[in-house]
Structure formats: structure tokens, C-alpha cells
Design a protein around this ligand. Structure first.
Ligand code: ADP
Length: 889
């Protein structure tokens, strides 16, 4: 450390550009410019005793506007004939004197620091032969420049020292302000040193400085080691006053301390995070090692690799493959615990699982075989089967034909689903069913966007994933049961699905890439046509299946249902025989449906009961020869022991036929009426129902149409003391309520003609209320076709004549009494037939619909056509309409 030095009056000057050398600081410089080389040579190298030079800061020309120090320019003064001039000099000597810029003003700082060389080395550059010096300088003490001049190529300055003399120093050291300041500085400096030593693990060497070096020098030394701005360096250099210097230094040391602390905090935070992820990484590595050791290779990375392989073999179109790869890259960058990892994986799994190209191989379609197949599976339905064969024939000739989508419409249990699956079998394709009943959300068809939590693909894409081929026969079941609400309109999504132009690029919101549905064969089913939106209906060809007559049901039961039911219960005709008469009874007394579903259920109940009987009987049956073949080894051992075995254990894989063989019994169980009642309970329906219900005046028999096909609907009317009001009950819609109003108005208007009142003047409702009820109040009813039935009920009520119990009717009536045609005639007639009705009154204009009614049914029914309401009444009452002769209608 430099002691107080004797400064000469004049010093060779080495300019430092934008840099300050503070006393106590050590710096290493390389001198290459001619001026600095000259300076070093003359002032340091060639001197015997150690020479001193002055380091003077200069400001960049560009920074002149903010210059702090005085500008020492030409004419500063010269002695010993030295030339003074305006020269710009660079910070470091590596910058050469620029002759061109000689006229520029050089902003010299007025104060500098005298420095001595601690080390000097001389070098010669090859091949130029230029001499350079490397100098290690130590700053000693401040000086101020009195006058600047040039000596040859370098500058010299007349200077005066700025450091205090010893007595001055001693005086200052007594100053209490100084004492406080130096204490403050020392404590801050100590703190900084301890932090630095802690970080760099240097064993307390720096601390020694604090004890040995005078505090004003320490201030310079500390500040010199900080990276501070040029302005701050200059102001430190200018702090000649010790108190000012100390307070400035304390401030800078403190600032440095704070910045270290902040940096440390940040590092700690980062390190904390780093170490957490590093820990995870380590644990994961260990886990993998353990799994490998155990031969358990299902870890995530393997999974991702497997997923990638699966994706590669999925046969995606190139644009979708690109999209999938992008998503996969994202997945690979994610940690399995990261949110979004799982959803991304599930999505990619779906992409990989979808049958982009995988298709069932189409074989040459054999129409004859297809027909046989349809015939063997379904009884009757000639027209429907014919249409299916036509459809298949067109597909055979033109496989990519864009024919309409077949839509089977009819009540439940008439074979719509099984026909669709027969189409799939005939085409040799896989069959899948998508139930649309109750679907109100468009997202059910199209999926939810992946931004939603728990998002899923729509039912179509999900179904295709399950069936794993792109050309299945897809049954859109109950297409009439879709509805629209705030969540969108599923029907509009279905439009896209069924449109051959659009379904090539079907867009599922979840999938978010187009999927080609054009290879799928769509078939739809519906209970009714009316609810299907017209645009959707337009793309479909409706094939109606009206329901079966009891005779047809009997045939279906005998040929298809009984064998199937027996087989399902492990029985055969050798165990249970259900004679035709009994099946008829089941049809008549236990079912009243258009289809055969409930019939099948009842037959199944019979089969179950028989199975119990057979199983019970079996206990007494000795082991037959067949049982030996089925015996388990344990059993064989027991047999070998000669033990008697009465209970048998049947191995799991034994199928029903073997089971039946096992329990071969002497004679089959033949179902009789007593057993029928025992199993199915007392009869649920009989032909007497209509007669019983129409036993009093005010009741009429109507025919209505519901999703379950046609049905018989009784209408009851009664009157009581009141104020002429009309009450309606039975969950009625607006249309049917209006029909009731029309009916009442019509009857009141013709009260006299119909001999319901003595004269036109008499009010039929005088002091009376009318109540009309549609039984089965839990079932909502609507539609105009109850018009004639309502009038008949009212006329019966007012005339106190009973309507005929064997006659059912349907028809809309206008206010003037005209009978208008209605829909669903075929179903209604079948329903009437089922319920034992023998006469049916129909609107005249519905005559054309009778062609669709099976002849066997018509043969048992008397169809009565009505043009006007009076015609209906004529047929509805025993002995005709006696009032008619008198009416002037
Ligand atoms: P839907 O889809 O119309 O409600 P299903 O196709 O489910 O009716 O038919 C119900 C049951 O009735 C099935 O077991 C089916 O095989 C049988 N079935 C319906 N119609 C016939 C028929 N004409 N011939 C043979 N079985 C039939």
C-alpha cells in the first residue's frame, strides 16, 4: 500500500478515456499507441529510480454535453518551450493519436491520480517491429492539473498535490463527524466483506485490510473495486474532502451490499426451484431403474414411444399426421404431472385409435344369400325386405352410390334394430348402434371442444373408435327423439353427418380435425316421422313398420322368438314346449303392443320357469353317460372310488347345449293355461274391457296414435250442476282441448236437431257443467283426431244412450261437422283389432290407407266410412242415429 508520496511538480500524463484510476487501485494496461509508448519509455522504462506518471480521465467527445470537469484546451499554458495543442486522446493508449481530429476539443478532467508502475514489460510486435509495453500501475494520490502541455508526442502537466498533510490529517481525525462517518463506513465494509468471504470462502484475508489501512484510503480501494459509472468514479476522484469521500464511499458500499443481497435472494429462489425439479428428475431416474430391474416397462416414456408407434400405424392422412406430430411434440415436452398432459395423451390415443383407413374388407355381395339371411331372421315384412334388397343391389352395382339413408319408422319391438343389423350382416360389415334418444346437446354428436374440462368426442367418433373400422353399418337409433335446446341443435349436426357432400370432412369439436364418414353406411330408426326435422327427413327414405297382427305375432313367436328364448335359457324343445294356443293366449291376455318385445319378455318368463323345473327335476336324475365326459378330475377320482354322485359340478366352459344334454329328461314340459297363469299372473287384458267401460252413457271408444303405435282410447264425459263450464282432464295438449270446445259447440248448435233439447231456444248447458276426461291421465295426449270421439261421447251423455262398445272411431271434425282424414290409420286399425274391436269408423278420405292394412286384419273388421259427423253418430249407436230423419242437416 502506498505511503504518502512526494509528488514532483510536473508529470507525464496518460489519458484514461471514460475511466478513472483511484488511489489504491491496481490496473494492468497495454500501451501500443506511439504517444503512450513514448510516455512509458521516457517516464518509466528509462528512469533508474521508479518514476511516476499522472493518470488523467478524459471524456468521450460524444459525452461533451454532460461534461463535468473543466475543459483544458489550447493555451492552457506551456513551459520549457513545450507545444500546447488541441488533441483528442483515447482512454487507453491503444488508441492512436488522430491527426485529423486534432482540432477537436479534448475534455480533460482537472483532477487525476499519480501512479507508479509495479511491473513493466516490453515487447516487439512482429513483423511490424512496433514496440509495446504492458504496465501494471498502482494509483497513489490525487493531484490537480495546473497546466497541460505536450512533450513530443505525449502530454505533461504541471500539478499540485491534493492529499492532506499529516497535521491536517490528524486534525480531521479528531472531528466527531469524521469519526462517525468512518465507523459507519467500516461497519458497512465489514458486512460486505463477510458476505463476500462467505460466498468465496476466502478465510478472512480481506478483513485484515480494515485494520491496517487508513480509512480514507480504504474508501478509495473499496470504490475502485466496484463497477460504477464514469460519473460516479469522477465524483469519487473529486472527493478531496475526507468526510465527503467517506460518506460517498459508504453509500456505494451499501449499494453494493444491497445488490448482492437481492442477487442472493433471487439465486436462492431459483436454486430452490431447480433443486425441486432436479430432485424429481433424480427420483424419476431411480424409478425407471427400479422398473427396468423388475422388468416392468410401462413407464411414461415407453408409453409415449408406444403411442407414437401406434400413431404411425394408424394410417392418418398426411395433414392430420402433421397435426398429431405437433401435439406429440408438445406432449413430449411436458411432465406427466403437468396439467394438460393427460388430456393431451387421451387426445393422441384417440387419434391413434381412430380407424382412419382400417376397413372391413368388402366381399362380393351375394343378394340371394342376403335375402335368405333376412328371411331367416325376420318373419313377414315382405315390402321392407324387398326395399332392403333393392338398397343392397344398388350398393352392389355402385358401391359408392349416394343413395338416401334408410330410416325404419315404427313402434318399439317391430324389428327395426334387428333389420339394421341384418343389413350389416348381409354386407359383411361391422354393426354399431348409436342411441340418440333424449340427445339434446349438440356436443353429444359433435363433441366438446378440448378447452373444456372433461371434454369428450361426440358419439359418432367415439363409436367409430370402438368399432375400429371406418366402414361399419351405423344405426342412428331413435333419431326422432333428439330435441334442441339452449345447448344447440343435434339435428343440425346430424344433417352434416348424413349429407354425403359434407360427411367426408365431418368435424368433431373434440377431434378438431376432419374425419371421413363417407364410408359409413347409415341406417336410422324412429318411432314417428313427425318429430324428425324436415331437412333431416329429406335425406332419408322412410320405411314404415306398422306393427304386427296377432296372427303375425304368433308366427314370429313360433318361428323366431321361442327357439331363441329357449336357446338363451339353455333349453330346447325337448324340455319345454309352448303350444300355439298358449302363445295366442299370451298375445291376447298378456300383451297389447304393436311389436313383439313384451311378447318376447313373457316367453322368456315362461322359459325361466321351465328352466327352474328342469333344474329341480335333474337332482333326481341319475348321471347319464354324457356327464362322465364333463366330469372334473376330482369327480373322476370319486367315481373311481365307486362313490355315488348325485350332484354334478359343471365346468365353466360347458355351453347350453351340453347343459341341456346333461339334464336330459324323460318327457318335455308342455305349457298349459294353468301354468301360464301361475308364471305370468292373472291375465292383464281381455276382450271384455271395452264392453265394461262403455257400459254407461257418456263414454265413447277412440283410436289414437302414440310412439308405441296405435292405441284404443276411451273418452268419458259427464255433467253436473254448474254454470255451463267445460272441464277437461287427462294431460291434454292445446289441439285436443280445442277439439273438445269444437265438439261441444257442435253438439249445442244441433241440440234440437239431434233431439237432445226440445227446441232451439233451450240451452243444453243450462245450470250444468261438462267434464270430459281422457283416462290414462299420466300419458300426455294431443292431436285433432279425437274430434269425432268427443262428439260421440257428448251426444251419448246428453241423449243418455250408450255408444257401441264394439265400435272404435277416429277423425278430425270441423266446426261445421265435416270429418277430416287423420294419420296413423294402419296402426290404429291394428290396435283396434288387438283390443277385440270389430267395427272401426274412419274418415272417408282415409279409405286409401286401408291398402296398407293386412288383409287378415281387415277380414275381421267392419270398416265404416264417414264424411260428416252425422255419419259417425249413425254408426256409433246401436240401431243407427234415430234423430237423423228429423234433422235438417
Ligand atoms: P325395434 O328396434 O323396432 O324396437 P327390435 O329390432 O329390437 O325392435 O326387435 C325386438 C325383438 O323382436 C328382436 O328380438 C327381434 O328379433 C324381434 N322381431 C321383431 N320383428 C321380428 C320379425 N318380423 N321376425 C322375427 N323377429 C322379430
Amino acid at each position: 500500500m502506498a505511503e504518502s508520496v512526494e509528488l514532483p511538480g510536473r508529470l507525464g500524463i496518460l489519458p484514461f478515456r471514460n475511466k478513472v484510476l483511484l488511489p489504491g487501485a491496481i490496473i494492468r494496461i497495454r500501451c501500443t499507441s506511439p504517444s503512450s509508448v513514448k510516455l512509458v519509455e521516457q517516464e518509466l522504462w528509462q528512469r533508474e529510480e521508479k518514476g511516476l506518471i499522472g493518470i488523467l480521465p478524459v471524456r468521450d467527445a460524444a459525452e461533451t454535453s454532460t461534461a463535468v470537469g473543466p475543459v483544458l484546451s489550447q493555451g492552457v499554458g506551456s513551459d520549457s518551450g513545450e507545444r500546447s495543442s488541441r488533441i483528442q486522446v483515447g482512454t487507453s493508449d491503444s488508441q492512436r493519436l488522430d491527426a485529423k481530429n486534432q482540432q477537436e476539443i479534448i475534455h480533460w478532467h482537472a483532477r487525476g491520480v499519480a501512479a507508479r508502475a509495479l511491473h513493466l514489460s516490453r515487447g516487439v510486435e512482429k513483423p511490424s517491429g512496433r514496440v509495446t509495453y504492458i504496465v501494471v500501475l498502482e494509483g497513489l494520490c490525487r493531484f490537480s492539473v495546473q497546466e497541460l502541455s505536450t512533450r513530443g508526442t505525449y502530454y505533461t502537466a504541471r500539478i499540485s498535490p491534493l492529499e492532506m498533510t499529516k497535521p491536517e490529517m490528524e486534525q480531521v481525525e479528531q472531528d466527531p463527524d469524521f469519526i462517525t462517518l468512518s465507523r459507519q463506513f467500516k461497519s458497512t465494509a465489514t458486512e460486505l466483506i463477510s458476505i463476500l468471504e462467505q460466498k468465496q470462502k476466502t478465510g478472512g484475508r480481506t478483513k485484515v485490510l480494515l485494520e491496517t489501512v487508513p480509512v480514507h484510503k480504504l474508501a478509495d480501494i473499496f470504490v475502485a473495486s466496484f463497477e460504477i459509472s464514469f460519473e460516479e468514479q469522477l465524483s469519487m476522484l473529486d472527493s478531496v474532502d475526507l468526510k465527503v469521500r467517506l460518506s460517498k464511499a459508504t453509500e456505494l458500499v451499501d449499494r453494493h451490499l444491497q445488490s448482492i443481497r437481492v442477487a442472493e435472494k433471487i439465486t436462492q429462489k431459483v436454486e430452490g426451484q431447480l433443486s425441486k425439479s432436479q430432485k424429481e428428475f433424480l427420483l424419476r431416474q431411480q424409478m425407471r431403474a427400479i422398473k427396468e430391474e423388475l422388468g416392468d416397462n410401462d413407464d411414461d416414456e415407453d408409453d409415449v414411444a408406444a403411442l407414437e408407434r401406434k400413431m404411425q400405424s394408424a394410417g392418418m392422412p398426411s395433414n392430420i399426421w402433421k397435426h398429431a406430430q405437433r401435439e406429440l411434440r408438445r406432449l413430449k415436452k411436458m411432465q406427466p404431472q403437468q396439467p394438460g398432459y393427460n388430456s393431451s395423451r387421451v387426445y393422441l390415443e384417440l387419434l391413434a385409435d381412430l380407424p382412419w383407413q382400417n376397413a372391413t374388407e368388402e366381399h362380393e355381395l351375394d343378394l340371394k344369400a342376403a335375402k335368405e339371411h333376412l328371411d331367416s331372421d325376420h318373419y313377414g315384412l315382405h315390402k321392407v325386405k324387398q326395399r332392403i334388397i333393392e338398397y343392397l343391389a344398388v350398393r352392389k352395382l355402385k358401391p359408392d352410390a349416394r343413395g338416401p339413408v334408410l330410416c325404419f319408422v315404427g313402434p318399439p319391438g317391430v324389428g327395426k334394430t334387428s333389420l339394421a343389423s341384418s343389413i350389416a350382416a348381409a354386407l359383411g360389415r361391422k354393426f354399431m348402434r348409436i342411441s340418440l334418444g333424449g340427445v339434446k346437446d349438440e356436443a353429444d354428436i359433435r363433441g366438446h371442444r378440448r378447452t373444456y374440462i372433461g371434454s369428450m368426442p361426440g358419439r359418432l367418433i367415439d363409436g367409430l373408435k370402438r368399432v375400429a373400422v371406418c366402414n361399419p353399418v351405423m344405426l342412428l337409433d331413435e333419431i326422432d327423439k333428439t330435441g334442441s335446446d339452449v345447448r344447440g341443435d343435434p339435428a343440425s349436426a346430424l344433417l352434416e353427418v348424413l349429407d354425403p357432400e359434407q360427411n367426408k370432412t365431418f368435424n368433431d369439436h373434440y377431434l378438431n380435425v376432419p374425419f371421413d364418414l363417407s364410408k359409413v353406411v347409415f341406417v336410422a330408426t324412429a318411432n314417428r316421422v313427425q318429430p324428425i326435422p324436415p331437412a333431416l327427413l329429406d335425406r332419408m327414405e322412410v320405411i314404415e313398420l306398422p306393427g304386427y297382427t296377432p296372427e303375425e305375432k304368433l308366427k314370429i313367436a313360433m318361428r323366431h322368438l321361442i327357439p331363441r328364448v329357449l336357446d338363451q335359457h339353455g333349453l330346447s324343445s325337448e324340455f319345454l314346449q309352448i303350444p300355439e294356443a298358449m302363445v295366442k293366449l299370451v298375445i291376447q291376455r298378456y300383451t297389447r303392443e304393436a311389436g313383439v318385445r313384451s311378447l318376447e319378455r313373457n316367453l322368456a318368463a315362461l322359459a325361466r320357469a321351465a328352466a327352474v323345473r328342469v333344474a329341480e327335476q335333474e337332482q333326481a336324475v341319475p348321471l347319464s353317460k354324457d356327464v362322465h365326459q364333463l366330469a372334473s378330475p376330482l369327480l373322476e377320482n370319486r367315481l373311481a372310488d365307486g362313490g355315488e354322485v348325485e350332484m354334478e359340478v359343471i365346468p365353466m366352459a360347458v355351453n347350453n347345449h351340453e347343459l341341456s344334454n346333461t339334464f336330459r329328461i324323460a318327457s318335455p314340459l308342455v305349457m298349459d293355461e294353468a301354468m301360464l297363469e301361475k308364471v305370468l299372473g292373472p291375465p292383464r287384458f281381455d276382450d271384455k274391457e271395452a264392453a265394461e267401460r262403455v257400459a254407461t252413457p257418456g263414454v265413447s271408444v277412440g283410436l289414437v296414435w302414440t310412439t308405441f303405435g296405435g292405441e284404443v282410447q276411451f273418452v268419458e264425459a259427464t255433467s253436473m250442476v254448474g254454470t255451463g263450464e267445460l272441464h277437461l282432464t287427462g294431460q291434454l295438449g292445446d289441439v285436443i282441448k280445442e277439439s273438445a270446445q269444437i265438439a261441444l259447440t257442435w253438439v249445442r248448435a244441433r241440440a234440437a236437431d239431434l233431439k237432445l233439447a226440445a227446441s232451439d231456444k233451450i240451452n243444453l248447458l243450462e245450470g250444468r257443467d261438462i267434464h270430459i276426461h281422457f283416462p290414462a291421465g299420466a300419458v300426455p295426449k294431443d292431436g285433432p283426431s279425437a274430434g269425432v270421439t268427443l262428439v260421440t261421447a257428448l251426444v251419448s251423455l246428453f241423449s243418455q244412450k250408450r255408444a257401441r262398445a264394439d265400435t272404435a272411431m277416429t277423425g278430425e271434425m270441423t266446426l261445421r261437422g265435416l270429418v277430416l282424414p287423420v294419420g296413423g290409420v294402419k296402426d290404429k286399425i291394428l290396435a283396434a283389432h288387438r283390443c277385440g274391436i270389430t267395427r272401426v269408423i274412419l274418415p272417408e278420405r282415409n279409405l286409401k290407407d286401408l291398402v296398407e292394412v293386412p288383409a287378415a286384419v281387415l277380414a275381421n273388421l267392419e270398416i265404416l266410412l264417414a264424411k260428416r259427423m252425422e255419419d259417425v253418430l249413425e254408426h256409433a249407436f246401436e240401431g243407427g242415429c234415430p234423430w237423423r230423419q228429423h234433422s235438417k242437416l
